[in-house]
Design a binder for this molecule. Structure first.
Ligand SMILES: NC(=O)c1ccc[n+]([C@@H]2O[C@H](COP(=O)([O-])OP(=O)(O)OC[C@H]3O[C@@H](n4cnc5c(N)ncnc54)[C@H](O)[C@@H]3O)[C@@H](O)[C@H]2O)c1
Length: 323
């Protein structure tokens, strides 16, 4: 069923760049038709899936056919779940829905080819500044002039990723920070650098609304909004544990039942991944703008030990808890 959809995927290149101007009164309308997503891991595949679900033609790019097949399998599985909810008693309608969405996703190993006709390019490769800068140098040479270039980075400054680009490219370079799992999580932080122009932010906001998500616009500072508030909370929870104030289970119960949080801090840490948390706080403590040397983000012996032993949370079967 899914294989059939994939063979019907649209051709990569279309003649005209898919960017169009729109009147500000048509706020819900998006200026972007065709989207290229660079990096087909859990975030990239999720973004591609959601954009295609909302009628965008999408090209998903990764380094190998194998990686692309993994991304496609992720989308097919996730879409299957969506289809079951949408058409609970109709297997044929479920299949049609999945095939139709997948038919709007082309797969490619060429970022330049994918970006060549895109109105929006979203980068979601691994969290490495040099790799991201190199990718954007290539994308800037290939994408249509008015295209929005966006990074899904969680922890790197958007202005640093784009620092080598031309002034014109920087005007339409922003952060589009999706949350995991993308199909379920409603929020997208729209991160504006000092160089981004208002039109680019408006276009990005319209795109985000058009794919059924809720935008929150913010400045390009470490952690944007959500992680800037979550990381101190997570680190302070770990320090409570280290000081022997309470057990992880009791701290989690306290925050769920006393503060109304859906997950406790240790459940959340394990879900996010302890290596990811360590990577972010170590970076902030070392060189985060306005955060370097801040004792909130100083290394934690407990966190370091868990990461050193490979106990990274849910994904390795053990973190603060066992799974
Ligand atoms: N995982 C999360 O919870 C989360 C949430 C928000 C944002 N992010 C950010 O999203 C980005 C991707 O994270 P992820 O969790 O999807 O990672 P991932 O490891 O699941 O996927 C990364 C993908 O990028 C591909 N890739 C590597 N080099 C590439 C290249 N040169 N060209 C094209 N593709 C390449 C890899 O093959 C892989 O498929 C990171 O910047 C991360 O900070 C992650």
């Amino acid at each position: 069923m899914y294989a059939a959809a994939v063979t019907r995927m649209p051709p990569l290149m279309r003649a005209a760049p898919r960017v169009r101007a729109f009147a500000s009164s048509a706020a819900a309308q998006t200026a972007v038709d065709r989207v290229a997503v660079i990096g087909g891991g859990q975030m990239g595949a999720g973004i591609a899936q959601v954009a295609a679900t909302h009628k965008h033609d999408v090209t998903l790019v990764d380094v190998s056919q194998e990686a692309l097949e993994r991304g496609k399998a992720y989308m097919a599985k996730s879409l299957g779940r969506v289809a079951k909810k949408k058409f609970p008693d109709d297997a044929q309608a479920q299949g049609r829905f999945v095939d139709e969405v997948l038919s709007r996703v082309a797969l490619s190993t060429s970022p330049a080819e994918a970006a060549g006709s895109a109105g929006l390019v979203i980068e979601a490769v691994v969290e490495n500044i040099k790799l991201k800068q190199d990718i954007f140098a290539g994308l800037a040479a290939a994408a249509p002039e008015g295209a929005i270039l966006a990074s899904n980075t969680s922890s790197l400054p958007i202005a640093k990723i784009s620092e080598q680009l031309s002034a014109a490219r920087k005007k339409r370079f922003i952060g589009l920070h999706f949350f995991n799992p993308v199909p379920q999580m409603k929020l997208v932080e729209v991160v504006r650098t000092d160089e981004a122009d208002q039109q680019a932010v408006d276009d990005a906001v319209a795109f985000v609304k058009g794919i059924g998500k809720v935008p929150a616009v913010c400045k390009d500072t470490p952690g944007f909004i959500v992680n800037r508030l979550l990381l101190p909370y997570m680190m302070e929870s770990i320090r409570l544990l280290e000081r022997g104030v309470a057990s992880a289970r009791d701290i989690d119960a306290a925050m769920k039942l006393g503060a109304g949080y859906p997950m406790g801090p240790f459940e959340l840490c394990d879900y996010v991944g302890l290596d990811t948390i360590k990577f972010i706080v170590d970076g902030w403590h070392k060189e985060g703008k306005g955060l370097a040397g801040d004792k909130q983000f100083a290394p934690s012996a407990k966190l370091d030990e868990l990461v050193k032993n490979g106990h990274l949370g849910v994904k390795t079967g053990r973190g603060f808890y066992e799974y």
